[in-house]
Design a protein around this ligand. Structure first.
Ligand SMILES: CC(C)(COP(=O)(O)OP(=O)(O)OC[C@H]1O[C@@H](n2cnc3c(N)ncnc32)[C@H](O)[C@@H]1OP(=O)(O)O)[C@@H](O)C(=O)NCCC(=O)NCCS
Length: 237
């Protein structure tokens, strides 16, 4: 078991978000795949699209490097545990929380100390942001906000809501076992506010949300299970 003293920057209660452009990373560094475990390399080999495989490899390699540096272990030696819904954790440092997301061209990795965290990043594709698609993923109030939004800007709201919902689900670690219409976001200038149906057994006061857009056109959102403001350090590479 690791002590807080060995955990570096994340020990101060702050959270970190690392936003990475996959093509940049690939051009700077050959051999990222060598940092992966055998099962991760096997998973990488099963992706049909190159862009998906490259994003997966970049995400796992950089995650291993960040965590390895925190806990003082060779990144290749780290062994992850997974909950029943697939959320990874690091048994040798249970207080060190992390989550990652990969999409075509971009990766997001979030780290924190003792605060459950979920992150999502998506390429903003206007053609995917249809009101029909929204009926499957969003709560009534979110669908109404999308319908009210001018068509030219609807994709921005769609992906902001989508990534926030994913980030919340991922922070809880229960995946799609939670109902997507059981919680609803409303955007605010500095983040977002959440409302819950009582069946979800959760309180807005327990959460902090951040969101943004990268220069490469990827929307991201971060959810932190905290009842106080948490300093967030964002690095983009
Ligand atoms: C698996 C899921 C957690 C995220 O899937 P996703 O958005 O396709 O993928 P992301 O790249 O954002 O995240 C994948 C990473 O999340 C982590 N993860 C997996 N299961 C997780 C869980 N239950 N909770 C939190 N994180 C999880 C893993 O690290 C995974 O990385 P890996 O591929 O290296 O194993 C889940 O929420 C899901 O299936 N979502 C479907 C998307 C959807 O319908 N969204 C509706 C709009 S809100």
């Amino acid at each position: 078991m690791l002590t807080a003293a060995s955990l570096g920057r994340a020990e101060r209660g702050a959270a970190e978000l690392h936003l990475l452009r996959v093509p940049r990373l690939q051009s700077r560094e050959a051999g990222l795949e060598r940092l992966l475990s055998a099962d991760e390399r096997a998973r990488a080999g099963r992706f049909r699209r190159d862009a998906d495989r490259l994003a997966f490899v970049a995400a796992r390699a950089v995650l291993r490097r960040l965590l390895g540096a925190r806990v003082g272990v060779d990144p290749r030696e780290l062994v992850f545990d997974y909950n029943v819904h697939g959320k990874p954790s690091l048994p040798i440092a249970p207080g060190l929380r992390f989550n990652l997301s990969h999409t075509e061209g971009a990766v997001a990795i979030a780290l924190s100390q003792g605060i459950d965290v979920g992150v999502d990043i998506e390429r903003v594709l206007p053609e995917r942001a249809s009101l029909d698609g929204a009926s499957l993923c969003f709560a009534d109030s979110e669908r109404a906000a999308l319908a009210r939004c001018p068509a030219a800007r609807r994709h921005e709201l769609f992906f902001a809501l989508w990534t926030l919902k994913e980030a919340y689900l991922k922070a809880r670690g229960e995946g799609l076992s939670l109902p997507l219409d059981g919680f609803a976001f409303e955007l605010a200038s500095d983040g977002a506010a959440i409302r819950f149906q009582s069946s979800l057994g959760d309180e807005p006061a327990h959460w902090r949300f951040h969101r943004g857009l990268t220069p490469s056109g990827h929307a991201w959102a971060l959810a932190l299970r905290a009842d106080h403001d948490v300093a967030l350090e964002v690095s983009e590479a």
